[in-house]
Design a protein around this ligand. Structure first.
Ligand SMILES: *Cc1c(COP(=O)(O)O)cnc(C)c1O
Ligand SMILES: [Zn+2]
Length: 408
């Protein structure tokens, strides 16, 4: 392999849409406006090239970085579990790729595992991100694990529990007043002006890390192959990474048919669904009048930086984009827990709600293999919304009798 591990030069980034290549490491977007990614040239790759190494480092041959450090090797290698109790909801044979099993509880660790060590390799003293959720925690944890500073820009008014989750890793947090959505573009500019690398939702290095989820799914499912892969989409970063993984395997001649990528959005903020349903090829920003509050706060981006690329991924794989209501998200969250034993956050429950809608429309056949990706754990949110749990109280000596009655 040429461009992967051990190589001291970073491969070029390339635009998926116009094909322009860039060798400037800092530049995150193409002149045409679209985000960039690494194409490491996977044509010579074979499964035998996978390493007997921890986590995402198994796929070092296809990553644009020389080595991993700190928490990074602990990222990825999450379980893929068959969950037959979800079949009747999803309308196919369900497997769950449980991304809550990452060091900070979400798939974001796959991206941070590549992006943070890569940024540090370039000599930048600190990393940063624009997030008040999983990406903030993940970036802060990975930076701490290799002894580097991390700056996190959060919107003012961020809940104390979220600040605490991020601050535990020693990150410097700035609460920013003003239009938070625009900070993505401000941060891209700051990358070239300040001694900090802002690793945003679609940094090319992050996207490289995300594709490892797709490689794992193929290895874990073998000899089966996925017909449908369902994941939530907000900025479109994760969807882009999964698509890049599919393209790598296709370049290597390891897959003939593409799995259909199904992206799920929250109905209260669903610019990608709207573009999909209107048969457009570009995702446009939603105005405030088109955006509402959703419990799925990890996927509320009305101006997704990789939205158009995520839409291209869906079109290229013959997939779908579907929106789900908060009520459907709550129901899916309960089903994940009560039928399959998974504790997932609302955003991470959306794949189940989404495929349920698609199977009602006849889009999924019951003999198809459907991989749901719950992207993040629900443990971080437990107790933050008040509780309706009211267990019965019994005297100690009454316990056996009560149990006899309850257990029949
Ligand atoms: C970030 C995040 C998403 C959305 O991913 P994008 O890359 O922004 O599309 C979905 N689920 C969880 C749990 C997340 O943290
Ligand atoms: Zn371009």
């Amino acid at each position: 392999m040429t461009a992967g591990a051990g190589d001291t030069t970073t491969p070029a980034t390339v635009c998926y849409r116009c094909g322009t290549e860039y060798t400037n490491r800092i530049l995150d977007r193409c002149r045409c406006g679209e985000p960039l990614w690494f194409d490491v040239g996977a044509s010579m790759f074979d499964w035998d090239d996978c390493r007997e190494e921890q986590g995402i480092w198994r796929y070092a041959e296809l990553l644009p970085i020389g080595r991993l450090g700190g928490l990074a090797p602990g990222s990825g290698d999450t379980p893929l579990l068959r969950s037959p109790a979800l079949d009747s909801i999803a309308g196919g044979r369900v497997y769950v790729k449980d991304e809550s099993e990452n060091p900070t509880g979400s798939y974001k660790d796959r991206g941070s595992a590549v992006a943070v060590p890569h940024a540090i390799e370039t000599g930048v003293p600190a990393v940063g991100t624009v997030s008040h959720g999983n990406m903030a925690m993940s970036t802060a944890a990975h930076a701490a694990s290799v002894g580097h500073d991390c700056v996190v820009l959060v919107p003012s008014g961020t809940q104390p529990v979220r600040l605490e989750l991020i601050a535990q890793y020693g990150a410097t947090i700035l609460q920013v007043e003003g239009e938070y959505g625009k900070l993505y573009y401000d941060a891209l500019g700051m990358n070239s002006e300040l001694p900090v690398a802002f690793l945003l939702s679609d940094a090319p290095t992050r996207i490289s890390g995300y594709k490892t989820a797709l490689f794992e799914i193929y290895e874990q499912l073998e000899p089966e192959t996925p017909d449908v892969i369902a994941l939530p989409a907000s900025s479109g970063g994760f969807a882009s990474g999964v698509w890049r993984g599919i393209l790598d395997l296709a370049d290597a001649g390891l897959i003939e048919e593409f799995p259909r990528l199904v992206l799920i959005q929250a109905a209260e903020s669903d610019p990608i669904t709207r573009a999909f349903e209107a048969d457009r090829t570009e995702v446009s920003t939603l105005g405030p009048e088109d955006v509402g509050e959703t419990i799925a706060h990890s996927i509320g981006n009305p101006d997704p930086p990789s939205g158009t690329r995520a839409l291209a991924a869906v079109r290229d794989t013959g997939g779908e984009v579907v929106s789900v209501s908060d009520d459907a998200i709550r129901a899916a969250q309960r089903q994940f827990a009560t039928l399959a034993g998974f504790c997932v956050e609302p955003a991470a429950a959306t794949p189940l709600a989404g495929v349920e809608r698609l199977s009602e429309r006849g889009v999924i056949a019951d003999d198809e293999t459907v991989v749901l990706i719950p992207t993040g754990t629900g443990f971080k949110e437990m107790g933050t919304e008040g509780t309706s749990v009211q267990p019965e109280t019994v005297d100690r000596e009454q316990v056996p009798r009560r149990l006899r009655a309850l257990l029949g």
